[in-house]
Unconditional design. Structure first.
Length: 452
């Protein structure tokens, strides 16, 4: 597909990186020369320095023949104007980043009047991801595959857990049944385990299954499945507003600490059911005074990455509750992994993932890919891919154990006419089935790419 990306910030760079790997014809537009130079020197893309609200700049990018234009600058208004111009100039599909809460009620109007294919809101997407984690506080990561009706949940296994020091073969008979463990992270190693693999304390284990089966299994092994009842949030930005509204609707008590008095007054008006605290959350005494030792969830949601990381680390010594930290810069990933700060939300990744799903869906309709959904797990070392199997596929009618899979490839589950089952060696894939495949090899487009 011919795709134009306007704005080479966090989201724009993430999109450029992934879409270039997937073989799309990309053009990046940014008003800063150093950003365009970085895009050109790092990826196989065409770069244009200029204002994308200019008809001339978009014409230089050949917008008339673009399959998709994605406007993800920091300005909602610039993004909307870029999309309006692109649509009038002939772009087939357009996506705009719009994150200001004041535009919430106008979202449908924008979509209809401007012909937007999608509106992406990084703050709202991140807030939804946080809220999902607070529904199941034990999880480090939760991803859903709606078409296959299953979830992927990542957990850290502690020494006193009943599954610790057990082999997966033993667990299949004792507990799992309809649950699969496709990925285990142990230190710096990412493993696609076999039946003889034994789980150890501190392993980060990925579980696959339906919500019902997963909850039942976690209860058996005494992993808490009850949603948090109280949350303390640091920072009163847009993500916090979206998150607080969701948590309050879930019946969760919400406190927000914000150091800017004017911002506090605005939060009181927007979130009348939340308790707003004017103060500095880096003050340990303030946190204790506001009940950090009893609160069931803590969200470090300021606009400063370093502050969020340090707060998450500090709260670990004060609270046994769920800890979530918002981080924008991916360069901190390795440091954060070593520090074990709890669940980390990267808004740019969450937003980019929604756009990537749309692009893959369009590519699928063109017949060049069978991918429906793709998630990157384990710090991008593993891909979980939901794909449709077409009648010409070489895997149809064969038992999985008879197919020569490449190392690091495992079929997680199979959805046949709306009925989902966890895969095993005797499972057979049929025409039209949807499967979820886990692989340590990136860039797969079809299931045949996973066969030797």
């Amino acid at each position: 597909m011919k795709i134009i990306i306007v704005g080479y910030g966090n989201i724009g760079r993430t999109l450029t990186e992934q879409l270039s790997v997937e073989g799309h014809d990309l053009t990046v537009i940014d008003c800063k020369m150093e950003k365009v130079d970085e895009a050109i020197n790092t990826f196989d893309v065409l770069g244009i320095v200029g204002n994308a609200t200019s008809i001339g700049t978009q014409a230089e990018a050949d917008v008339a023949h673009a399959d998709l234009l994605v406007a993800v600058t920091r300005s909602d208004e610039v993004n909307l104007l870029c999309c309006l111009i692109a649509k009038r100039a002939g772009a087939r599909h357009i996506i705009a980043r719009v994150s200001n809460p004041i535009y919430d009620k106008e979202r449908q109007f924008f979509k209809e009047e401007l012909g937007l294919s999608m509106i992406i809101n990084p703050q709202l997407t991140a807030a939804r991801e946080m809220a999902s984690l607070l529904k199941f506080p034990s999880a480090l990561q939760i991803d859903s595959f709606p078409k296959s009706r299953v979830e992927v949940i990542g957990l850290r296994i502690e020494e006193d857990n009943p599954i610790c020091n057990k082999s997966l073969k033993d667990l299949a008979g004792m507990f799992l049944g309809k649950i699969l463990i496709p990925i285990v992270e142990r230190g710096d190693e990412v493993i696609v385990p076999d039946g003889e693999f034994r789980l150890q304390a501190k392993d980060i284990v990925t579980f696959l299954g339906t919500t019902h089966e997963l909850v039942g299994f976690f209860r058996k092994v005494k992993i808490p499945t009850t949603a948090a009842k109280s949350a303390l949030i640091v920072g009163g930005g847009r993500t916090t507003i979206y998150l607080a509204k969701q948590l309050l609707d879930m019946g969760i008590k919400v406190k927000i600490i914000e150091r800017d008095l004017q911002r506090c007054e605005m939060l009181i008006e927007m979130l009348p059911k939340a308790m707003i605290i004017h103060g500095d959350a880096t003050d340990k005494e303030l946190l204790i005074e506001e009940g950090i030792e009893e609160v069931e969830a803590f969200v470090a949601n300021s606009n400063i990455d370093e502050e969020n990381i340090m707060l998450a680390l500090g709260v670990k010594t004060l609270s046994k509750g769920k800890i979530i930290a918002k981080v924008h810069r991916v360069t901190y990933t390795e440091i954060i992994d070593d520090l074990d700060v709890g669940s980390v939300i990267y808004p740019k990744n969450s937003a980019a993932e929604r756009i990537l799903k749309y692009v893959r869906g369009k590519k699928n309709t063109l017949g060049s890919s069978n991918i429906e959904t793709l998630y990157r797990l384990s710090d991008n070392h593993v891909e979980a891919i939901e794909m449709v199997i077409k009648k010409e596929s070489a895997v149809i009618g064969k038992q999985l154990k008879d197919i020569p899979w490449k190392p690091g490839v495992i079929i997680g589950c199979i959805n046949h006419k709306g009925s989902t089952s966890i895969a095993n060696g005797n499972s057979v894939i049929k025409d039209g089935d949807t499967v979820i495949l886990f692989t340590t090899t990136t860039g797969m487009k079809n299931i045949e790419d996973g066969i030797r």
